[in-house]
Design a binder for this molecule. Structure first.
Ligand code: ADP
Length: 476
């Protein structure tokens, strides 16, 4: 753990092991922190807040530029740790490190653009001034699926805004977090400004985050269930919250689209990170007239995907995170089949070529999926593409919006009017129109409905860490 500028063990010396999901083997041991360590970290962040927030924006910016440079210099090392710890193919890990570094660069720039404003008053002897100030100490809880970028996406805007921070990474991926903190230390992080608490049990640390009055903001990426629970508890002290939660993205192939092109797009976005992404398409709506052409093109791509450890050349399907992830995916597939879905390809755990030691599930296409199936309603977080045929274009928008989630949605169409109809009508925070990668540090990321609150990245991303203060000045 990294608390108040020092690497430290847990008070009782307890540790927990980190497992490579491709091999099932232990790859490291890290301190198992709890309430005591979390409180120490909050104290450190609290005590350093005054000094950090009073640095000039240019000083905070310079620090973030330095960390960005270090992250790019260490890209290969970070990607290697990520592949070993999280499982994604090495090329995807490199991409994530670049994406993660982008947030440092973006917010190094935004730090200098925390503008206030003046507002004309109706009274000639009055002036209004609006000031933006850091919210205070931030607690961040991050997930394992994007173990580097989900940290920098919170850390960079918090530090840019003048906040100090305590981070608890996911129990499956503490090593990536530790590597990031080594770079922060190397860049000269002042003591206490950013702190890392690793823990095998998130609850005691989470309890400190929601109950300690010194924490003024919680930022969380993870499941909707945990996000709601943290938000409820945070409400007791009116802490600010940002939540990036689950999704259940529709992928709409309009009647005018090219089914082969759409299938190519789907194969790229659906199986990214082995489907373990909150913006992964989970309900694929294809007009019945072109469904077969779509399925044929998709199958062509999917059967060529190679599963294996991310370090092996040519692998595009890494392992799932653990055994219960495999069980969840398999349960959803079996339930769908029992209700009439057809397996086009895949549909099983991979047990050959030594892959039985890890958590590999074959990339899968399901056809004839219907609304009564679990997979139609629940987030899958695995390499399964559920295809739903539709007849009537007028029902499409309602079908796509028929979910409690509202994170990402994708539409393939060649018609401009159609594109605009879906862009405006879909109740999701991120819409890809013929675009399977609508994400960037420069663009606001976040969901509607039960997919969360607030946005990360872009100009919105720093606002989440700022208070708005109004000054009224009477000149009388
Ligand atoms: P997933 O099911 O994808 O692992 P979670 O929401 O359980 O999603 O995990 C996301 C993050 O939330 C992880 O860092 C995890 O440790 C943390 N987390 C899970 N439960 C709690 C909790 N009760 N309090 C605080 N953090 C939690």
């Amino acid at each position: 753990m990294f608390i108040n500028g020092h690497w430290s063990a847990a008070k009782d010396q307890k540790q927990f092991s980190v497992i490579n999901p491709a091999t099932g083997k232990e790859i490291g041991r890290v301190p198992d922190g709890g309430r005591f360590e979390a409180e120490m970290a909050v104290t450190a962040a609290h005590e350093s807040f005054h000094k950090w927030s009073f640095l000039t924006a240019y000083q905070r910016s310079a620090f973030l530029y330095d960390v960005h440079g270090l992250m790019m210099d260490n890209l290969e090392h970070l990607a290697g740790v990520m592949t070993e710890e999280q499982g994604k193919p090495i090329q995807a890990a490199r991409n994530e490190v670049r994406y993660g570094a982008d947030f440092l660069l973006w917010f190094a720039e935004e730090a200098k653009r925390i503008y206030g404003r003046t507002i004309p008053s109706a009274r000639s002897d009055q002036r209004f001034m609006v000031l933006k100030q850091p919210v205070g100490v931030v607690a961040a809880v991050t997930p394992w699926n994007y173990p580097v970028s989900m940290i920098t996406r919170k850390l960079a805007p918090a530090l840019a805004a003048g906040c100090t921070i305590v981070i608890k990474p996911a129990e499956a991926t503490p090593l990536c977090a530790i590597e990031i903190f080594k770079l922060l230390e190397k860049a000269g992080l002042p003591d206490g400004v950013a702190n890392l608490v690793t823990a095998s049990d998130p609850k005691p640390v989470g309890d400190v985050f929601v109950t300690d009055r010194r924490i003024r903001k919680i930022t969380f990426t993870g499941s909707t269930a945990v996000g709601k629970m943290l938000a409820q508890k945070a409400a007791l002290q009116m802490k600010r919250v940002s939540l990036e939660l689950g999704g259940h993205a529709p992928f709409i192939v309009c009647r005018d689209a090219d089914p082969v092109n759409a299938a190519k797009g789907l194969s790229l976005v659906k199986f990214l990170n082995t489907g373990q992404a909150c913006i992964s398409p989970n309900r694929i709506f294809v007009h019945t007239s072109m469904k077969q052409a779509f399925l044929d093109a998709l199958k062509e791509k999917v059967i060529r995907m190679k599963a294996g450890p991310g370090v092996t050349p040519g692998v595009s399907i890494g392992p799932l995170v653990n055994g219960s992830a495999i069980e969840k995916v398999d349960r959803q597939v079996k339930e769908a089949v029992s209700k009439g879905a057809d397996i086009v390809t895949g549909g099983f755990r991979i047990m050959d070529n030594e892959l039985d030691k890890g958590y590999f599930y074959a990339p899968t296409i399901l056809d004839n999926v219907t609304p009564d199936m679990l997979i139609y309603r629940e987030e899958t977080f695995g390499p399964v593409a559920p295809v739903i045929g539709y007849e009537n274009d007028d029902d499409l928008l309602a079908m796509a919006n028929d979910t409690d989630y509202g994170l990402a949605a994708y539409v393939y169409t060649r018609d401009y009017g159609n594109a605009m109809k879906f862009f405006e009508g879909l109740r999701f925070g991120i819409i890809g129109i013929n675009d399977i990668n609508p994400t960037s540090a420069a663009a606001p990321f976040g969901g509607m409905k039960e997919s969360g609150l607030g946005r990360e990245g872009s100009i919105e991303g720093i606002d989440e860490y700022l208070e708005t203060k109004l000054g009224g000045f009477s000149l009388r």
